[in-house]
Ligand binder design. Structure first.
Ligand code: NAP
Ligand code: MG
Length: 491
């Protein structure tokens, strides 16, 4: 098979660079934010608060209420009070609210994108082109379902579950809030949402949007805080359904918290997803896909393709192309429109990633850090990199790093690719790169993953259910399947 040659090295041209292209939209950030309970912003009952910072500069952005058991109690009580009216509202009326929220997200898109990037460190290109439009899309999509629930589950009478407790992580703060809120509200439930400690600001801005849209008070309540706040919410008996996205470790605690009660739980947890490149793949396209799979959002993606499996016959050529592409990635100011890889979300996460880099080297892996542009002096940064000489039993091949770190392994036959890909306790996602449709179908059918992308990666849509199995969790978000956990289906 003929192959295109690797592109030439980028010419060393000192002083040549992109001109800075910072996003300049001004965003007002209050110096303090309270919880959003019963339609109002209120301070924590005990006055506790914490700072949220910009991980690219380490500057404090705002101080946010830290929720305790009393705040959770107030929020759940508000959600219970709001439930009877909201759940009895005809679906077509609930749809109008969801539609209004979606429109308002679009109207305030630029501001939300900047705020997301400031608080979480992801490149503005991603918050602008992925997070905010997808968040709006989830509200639009579920507005469409609100008055058609009986058609989603024919022969049944769908009823809301009640008060839902929703706990979300820091990697897609606004988008995860939308994934959780839109189906819950469409189905007639009321909600208490707990954003992640490092990224509460866009959820609070969404609360302002809910006020603007005149969503009845108490239908959505937002309690900010840390893991203890989340644990208090999960423990509350008034919460009939818990929806959680986060680590497998916390997911297991939540499973224990609901055990023996009739409370519902869905878990979207971690992953160690395999990206399989077959020898007949279009290599340049596959390189782009691999870059997207692991370096998108600094690798802070549950379904990141963090294990690359390349067929042995093309390994050398593939890595040459990957090296070249890695060198061209721009790491730095997340607000710059040319930035590909932004800041790591927090110091704690950066420390975790560095520990994995050290373990990778100790276990005999070879680190390839092709990128050598200078990094900003302040903030939390990790150069995108990959490891070769990784064995399937090594830590980097087994554990989720949640950073821009790729473990590269090879395979000889499709059988071996499947065996290696499935050799993990996780089962969230996988990728296959091949020019042969028959090969793609044969591999995809045998991969133990909730999502399998073929000749693409990290593509999402509100109409397409997302979720994992094995230790990556259970339940689906999006699509008709994503409505099911938010409904009781009476006969
Ligand atoms: P995490 O530590 O599990 O935290 C997730 C959320 O749970 C945060 O709001 C966190 O609060 C809260 N929390 C922490 N301890 C808790 C407890 N004992 N009880 C109840 N809530 C608690 O996960 P993370 O580090 O923020 O996020 C990264 C993980 O999320 C990765 O493993 C990733 O794979 C997973 N993830 C999965 C998906 C998916 O769809 N499958 C999507 C995105 C991320 P604090 O932040 O304040 O600690
Ligand atoms: Mg922050």
């Amino acid at each position: 098979m003929s192959r295109t040659k690797s592109p030439p090295e980028p010419a060393a041209a000192p002083g040549w660079d992109y001109a800075p292209a910072p996003e300049t939209a001004p965003v007002e950030i209050a110096s303090r934010y309270g919880h959003f309970i019963a339609g109002e912003f209120v301070p924590a009952a005990d006055g506790a608060e914490f700072a949220t910072i910009n991980p690219a500069t380490e500057e404090e952005l705002s101080r946010v209420a830290r929720g305790g058991a009393e705040d959770v109690e107030r929020a759940v009580a508000a959600a219970r009070r709001a439930l009877p009216r909201w759940s009895r509202l005809p679906g077509r009326e609930r749809a109008k609210y969801l539609f209004r929220i979606a429109r308002r997200l679009q109207e305030r898109a630029r501001e939300l994108a900047v705020l997301e990037t400031l608080d979480g460190g992801k490149p503005i290109r991603e918050s602008r082109d992925v997070d905010v439009p997808e968040a709006a899309r989830h509200f639009f999509y579920h507005a469409g379902w609100a008055d058609k629930l009986e058609f989603a589950f024919p022969g049944r009478r769908p009823k809301p579950v009640g008060v839902c407790g929703q706990i979300i992580p820091w990697n897609f703060p606004l988008l995860m809030a939308a994934w959780k809120l839109a189906p819950a509200l469409a189905c007639g439930n009321t909600v208490v949402l707990k954003p992640a400690e490092t990224t509460p600001l866009t959820a609070l801005r969404l609360a302002e949007i809910l006020q603007e849209c005149e969503l009845p008070p108490g239908v959505v309540n937002i309690v900010t805080g840390d893991g203890e706040t989340g644990a208090a919410l999960a423990a509350h008996r008034g919460v009939r359904k818990i929806a959680f996205t986060g680590s497998t470790e916390v997911g297991k605690k939540l499973a224990a918290a609901v055990a023996g009660s009739r409370r519902r739980l869905t878990l979207e947890l971690g992953g160690k997803s395999a990206n399989i490149v077959c020898e007949d793949a279009s290599l340049d396209q596959a390189v782009e896909g691999v870059i997207d799979a692991i370096f998108f959002n600094q690798g802070h993606v549950c379904c990141a393709g963090s294990r690359l499996l390349v067929q042995e016959s093309i390994l050398e050529e593939f890595l040459e192309k990957l090296d070249w592409r890695l060198r061209s990635l721009r790491v730095g100011d997340p607000l710059d429109k040319n930035t590909d890889v932004g800041a790591i979300n927090s110091r704690a996460q950066l420390d975790r990633i560095r520990t994995y880099l050290r373990i990778g080297l100790e276990e005999g892996g070879r680190l390839h850090e092709c990128h050598d542009q200078p990094l900003p002096a302040k903030g939390f940064w990790c150069r995108p990199c990959y490891f070769t000489n990784v064995q399937p039993a090594d830590t980097l091949a087994r554990e989720e790093v949640f950073g821009p770190v790729l473990a590269v392994m090879s395979f000889r036959t499709p059988e071996e690719a499947i065996a290696r890909a499935n050799n993990t306790p996780y089962g969230l996602a996988a990728g296959i790169w091949s020019d042969k449709g028959s090969r793609i179908f044969a591999l995809a059918a045998r991969l133990q993953a909730g999502v399998v992308w073929c000749n693409t990666y990290n593509r999402f849509d509100a109409s397409s259910p997302f979720g994992g199995y094995k230790e990556s969790g259970f339940g689906r978000e999006g699509g008709r399947q994503g409505l099911r956990p938010y409904l009781e289906l009476e006969r």
